[in-house]
Design a protein around this ligand. Structure first.
Ligand SMILES: C[S@@+](CC[C@H](N)C(=O)[O-])C[C@H]1O[C@@H](n2cnc3c(N)ncnc32)[C@H](O)[C@@H]1O
Length: 257
């Protein structure tokens, strides 16, 4: 029997699965969400791109590289899962040691258009079937990459953004993944989903192209929380009642018309 995407993820130690690189790491279990979307493509001769490969180096400290994960766990997973795909990866850290007969990596900053143009020229690919953004998670970068690469996606293709965080204007977050220039990417896309208009300020270019070429967006992996009620003087949990927190989804899948 063929292995599931989650089993392959766990073998290589990407946190997209249910185990991650080690017990110290919180895995996301995105792969159980992805497999129904990806199964139809499994044996197809597709062009696949991942942004952000989980490789450590001088440009970014990728803490995920430890335990079972010797670097590039997710691209190794895609290689095994998509048995006939051409697989491209971009990262700001050098990782050509991952290249093989069907994998090709490039040192590219996902937030710099000139570098994205360079990547497209060198890849020799006009359009991708599936693109997944697991790079810096900075909203500016996610939105720049979405605007750029949505135009390079085939009709009917899928664009996935991982780790939609509360890290934009108004979220009061600081650190290497936060932005004080744009609204967080979940909010930008949910507004579009709900109203047909993207929240601003954002880093999207050619919103009209996006608006007229998005067939649908699905949001997944909302956070769970315990329900609290006010006790005599402190908050305390009511038994073990959980609810899904509104607007906390971590992943979205976007289909192109
Ligand atoms: C969360 S890790 C990716 C994990 C990997 N996809 C996995 O599932 O195992 C994020 C990666 O994004 C890369 N990265 C950070 N900033 C970037 C940028 N501006 N452009 C491209 N890659 C970037 C980091 O070097 C790191 O390898």
């Amino acid at each position: 029997m063929k292995k599931s995407l989650t089993e392959i993820a766990n073998h290589f130690g990407t946190d997209k699965g249910t185990e991650g690189p080690s017990q110290k790491w919180n895995p996301h279990n995105y792969t159980d969400i992805y497999e129904p979307y990806l199964d139809n493509f499994r044996e197809s001769h597709i062009n696949f791109l991942e942004i952000g490969l989980g490789v450590t180096g001088k440009n970014w400290r990728a803490d995920i590289v430890h335990g079972k994960n010797s670097g590039g766990a997710s691209i190794k997973m895609w290689y095994e899962y998509f048995s006939n795909a051409k697989i491209f990866g971009i990262d700001i850290n050098e990782c050509s040691y991952l290249d093989n007969d069907r994998i090709k990596t490039f040192v590219i900053d996902q937030g710099t258009i000139k570098q994205l143009d360079y990547f497209m020229e060198k890849s020799g690919i006009d359009e991708f079937d599936i693109i997944i953004d697991d790079g810096s998670h900075i909203p500016d970068h996610q939105q720049t990459s979405l605007s750029y690469f949505f135009k390079k996606l085939k009709k009917g293709g899928l664009y996935i953004i991982e780790d939609l965080l509360d890290n934009g204007i108004g979220d009061n977050k600081s650190g290497r993944m936060s932005s004080n220039k744009v609204v967080n990417t979940r909010n930008v896309l949910k507004q579009f989903y709900l109203t047909g208009k993207f929240s601003t300020p954002n880093m999207l270019s050619d919103e009209a192209y996006l608006a007229s070429n998005i067939e649908w967006i699905r949001f997944h992996a909302p956070e769970k929380s315990i329900k609290y009620k006010l006790g005599k003087s402190i908050f305390h949990p009511i038994g073990k009642k959980y609810y899904y927190k509104k607007d906390s989804e971590k992943v979205c899948v976007i289909k192109k018309k």
